[in-house]
Design a protein around this ligand. Sequence first.
Ligand SMILES: Cc1ncc(COP(=O)(O)O)c(C=O)c1O
Length: 507
Amino acid sequence: MSEQTTFTGNKALHIEEDLVFDIGTTETSGVDLPTPDTSIKSRLGGLERDEAIGLAGLSEPETMRHYVRLSQKNYAIDTGLFPLGSCTMKHNPRLNEKVVRLPGFIDIHPLQPEQTVQGALELMETLSHWLTTLTGMAGVTLSPKAGAHGELCGLMAIKACLEARGDARKRVLVPESAHGTNPATAAACGYTVDVIPVKDDGRVDLDAFKLKLGPDVAAIMLTNPNTCGLFESEIIEIAEAIHGAGGLFYCDGANFNAIVGRVRPGDLGIDAMHINLHKTFSTPHGGGGPGSGPVVFSDTLMPFAPVPLITRNGDKLHLVEHVSKADTQPLGRLTAFHGQMGMFVRAVAYMMSHGSDGLRQVAEDAVLNANYILARLKDLMVPAFPGHCMHEVLFDDTFLKDTGVTTLDFAKAMIDEGFHPMTMYFPLVVEGAMLIEPTETESKKELDKFIIALRGLAKAAKKGETERFAGAPYFAPRRRLDETSAARKPVLRWSPKPATPTAAAAE
Ligand SMILES: Cc1ncc(COP(=O)(O)O)c(C=O)c1O
């Protein structure tokens, strides 16, 4: 395929849409209301007015066209490739939307008596079965409403478990490459966050981690594959070491889509892991859309999982609100009701339509697509770490050195090429990071278009075509906002450099 860059965006998007006040007139209205009769007037107690209030009006078709045109200015996964790394914007099959709108799912209420929602409970039971089977874990709680909420649930269970042992530990170890929600969650649960350094290959420094272990360490929070798009190859040693020190292993499973059907986290020694249903099992979560973060637990932690739990008695399903075992301290409820039912339905539709082989194929194709991008760009852009990647590929900004173009400029110029920018300046361990996640849903043809656009931009930057970047985007409904101070100098909100690990920390 030719490598000549052509503008691939939708030019119609760039026609300015005037405000409704500018395109409407005071003489027009979308509705014809009858003149109020005198009885209404008398009931208004003299508050009525006869003169028009002067709002600009539009006819119904004009109103509809104005808002549809505005809606079409949005970039969305339904209109093009959305390469945000760490965010997994994959196609949401329309079958999911059809199934979730079935009256038996959409018309129910969480306060309905159990016997009237047996079908919904069965769907939750099916989802639980798939999640525990795919992860190899003992049990699952479905109620957390997002990945970060799942982290909170997992760490609360860890805290409850340690307290039940009379072992109130104080520190949680978090790699410096972690998603910000990890240290935030540990801090919200009252723990001190202790940062573990990452080695030059982008993975946790096992020796430094071991030096930090000690009787006050409650847990490690490790993401696998990690936010650099790499598999933590020493994960089993990490699990053994944390358990050996009396702590527990929390895994951030937001990137489970890279290993689903290939690796069971339960086999790696994990005690708790959240799964972003909205990433691994479809439903794009952009724009603050709905999320769901079920947490799978090991045998050790399951007794501390929040209620309600679903139990089966013959052919009847029940939501259990209380666990009576004296030696366990369940968290009670984490949410008012039972979780994000709509997401559960979409996830089960996705799982059942793919089947177990299909889910494995999802992971394999997601990894293949990311590595295809890596292979076709690495002569022009600089991969942050050597070797293959998992489901997302990470570049740093060294290929832009001395060009006057920054990661931010590069990302904005991608908009002019008709693509949403990749994730930039994250993870924080990489200078000028560009994190690209194509997902499994993109075809080779679409990936080729994306690659050609990025190759064109990389060459333009190296040739000194700085004007192409400086004011980008030029062809977007809105021009560049002033984000320079925040984006060019990323603000590190938590300690970026760990203190030199010492054996003293183990005391
Ligand atoms: C690695 C990682 N952990 C945690 C989260 C938090 O998930 P959520 O946005 O659903 O709260 C994300 C979100 O994208 C993530 O990428």
